[in-house]
Design a protein around this ligand. Sequence first.
Ligand SMILES: Cc1cc2nc3c(=O)[nH]c(=O)nc-3n(C[C@H](O)[C@H](O)[C@H](O)COP(=O)(O)OP(=O)(O)OC[C@H]3O[C@@H](n4cnc5c(N)ncnc54)[C@H](O)[C@@H]3O)c2cc1C
Length: 434
Amino acid sequence: MKVTSFPKNDHSNGWYNGLGDQPPASVLHGDSTADWVVVGGGFSGLAAARRLGELRPDDRVVLLEAGRIGENASGRNSGFVIDLPHAISQEQPEHDHRQIRVNRMAIAWLAELIEQHQIRCQWSHRGKVHVAATNRGRRNLEVMASRLGGLGEVHELWDAARLKTYLGTDYFNFGLFTPGCILMQPAALVTGLARSMPENVEVYEDSAVVAFDDGPSKILTTAGGSVTTPQVVLSTNGWTPGFGFLKHQLLTMHTFASLTRPLTESEQVALGGEGDWGTIPSTLGATTMRYTQDKRLLIRRSLRHRPDFTIRPDDHDSIRREHEETLKKRFPMVPDVGFEDTWGGVLCMSRNHVPKCGALADGIWAAVCQNGVGAAKGTISGRAVAELAAGEDTDLVADMTAYEDLQRFPPSWITAPVFRAKIAYARLTAGAEA
Ligand SMILES: Cc1cc2nc3c(=O)[nH]c(=O)nc-3n(C[C@H](O)[C@H](O)[C@H](O)COP(=O)(O)OP(=O)(O)OC[C@H]3O[C@@H](n4cnc5c(N)ncnc54)[C@H](O)[C@@H]3O)c2cc1C
């Protein structure tokens, strides 16, 4: 069958552009066989390929990525590797404990790899602060704090003065700090992971799978060649329906980020604060922010539902203006620091907020749908699916296969207007949190 949807890369990702010249892509040429093919070079695919390489050192593992690793969502995100879920269910604490356990396993594994391979990605143990500028936001954070307390998770409530000291800005009046989140430069992390694979793992970029024969011997065809294999792992997130699987079970949305140039020394003094930090909003549709180790400010907000994966030129311009307004409101002390880059990336969600980590058909596996927070979740899902496919009986496999099945969405003529309305409502009601 022909694969029906493909990622579109507009080369606008500020994190990737900031890495400087990159080595040319190794592109798949010619026909060959492999023991395993992993499709997709985001957190999930990188973890799956690595783990298969580790578990089966004599097998040939091939990873096929449509674009450049680091240009994908995994290299375009805000750089939070979260341990604690943003939404804590309360009714099912065992689910929250499981999610926290696997997220922490992902963080520990990534930390080990960064140390072992000396991956320079601004890995920073600074935690995250959920911030509120309104009473509604404050109430949301109080509920979250009480649920974290119920789970026995360490957290601190911060007042306006503590927030100003930490962040520099006095825009917020209430904060909830949790210490276990890691901050990083995502494009640096994923390119570093891709370049430090076990010897038996071959990574091909600019090698989109355009056709997929899913018989007993699976054939994955790219523009330059093909690989025949008995075992395929799809780490293709929102593009998985294009391979014929999980149709009507995944919803994709674009979200957007802008990154400034590095602040000058006098701007750093004017900003103040206690070093690098990351903030998460207290309400839906509001703004995530970073101040990076290399002294840049990042704004992440704005959602668009674009099922054809196309970012329109007017999306880009209006979103950049939104981000500029947000930056000016929060950081009036550095009025001249403009954005160098604004970009969008694709989030993949399920209706019941669970991932798909497991078998799709005989010899076809998936680790997809990270529900908007894939740095930890994608990493651990990729590792788990590799262990499952390789026949390993691990606690991680038990944890990741305990999720319920993905629920179906109604047809797109119903979901598309509903999601657009929800996004518009969240935007309208975000108020000063936006
Ligand atoms: C602006 C933004 C901010 C975000 N902030 C955060 C954050 O701070 N923390 C966090 O945890 N998450 C965040 N996310 C979400 C996170 O980036 C994703 O959940 C994560 O990248 C998903 O990883 P993945 O490997 O499952 O999918 P992806 O990174 O989407 O990788 C899927 C890969 O499959 C490839 N592919 C698709 N089709 C084909 C094909 N036919 N052939 C070959 N390859 C193919 C794609 O090119 C892509 O590289 C953010 C996302 C965005 C866009």
